[in-house]
Design a protein around this ligand. Structure first.
Ligand code: CMP
Length: 139
């Protein structure tokens, strides 16, 4: 089915001017960027977005990292977009990411791992709505 998923190009990647090269990976793999904006997240916004991880040991460092520079938030659309995007990103830890994936090519560490992607269709709907209103998404 045609799905939408929420993607974030993280501060380690925007800092290294990799937005275009990462977007090319999505487009070459058949996903369409149907909404996109560059933001400086506040601590409160990053905490809210990652609230699901609030009891994890890495939560505070994750929030600090996500506000360390600009992010590019985007809605990606395509056939099986949630799972497809996770294939394109590669494993969370770049040490385990397959060749050709974004994290294998660009990520610096498990924290500075260049991209976020929704992990389920249910979370994708929640995460897309966190950043975008209906009129900002143009399919
Ligand atoms: P992301 O898909 O954005 O979701 C949560 C993020 O926490 C994850 O990518 C990683 O960048 C980050 N993170 C940092 N440390 C860890 C860890 N030990 N295990 C999982 N995720 C981690």
């Amino acid at each position: 089915a045609i799905e939408r998923t929420l993607s974030i190009i993280k501060p380690d990647a925007t800092r290294r001017n990799l937005t275009g090269r990462i977007n090319a990976k999505f487009e070459e793999a058949g996903l369409r960027i149907v909404a996109q904006k560059r933001l400086q997240l506040s601590v409160a916004q990053a905490e809210a977005f990652y609230a699901v991880h609030k009891d994890r040991p890495f939560y505070r460092d994750l929030v600090t990292f996500m506000v360390s520079g600009p992010v590019v938030v985007q809605a990606l659309e395509g056939e099986n977009a949630v799972a497809r995007n996770r294939e394109i990103m590669g494993a969370t830890n770049p040490a385990n990411a397959a060749p050709g994936t974004i994290r294998k090519e660009f990520a610096e560490s498990i924290e500075a791992n260049s991209v976020h992607g929704s992990d389920s269709a249910e979370n994708a709907a929640i995460e897309v709505a966190f950043f975008f209103s209906g009129i900002e998404i143009v399919g």
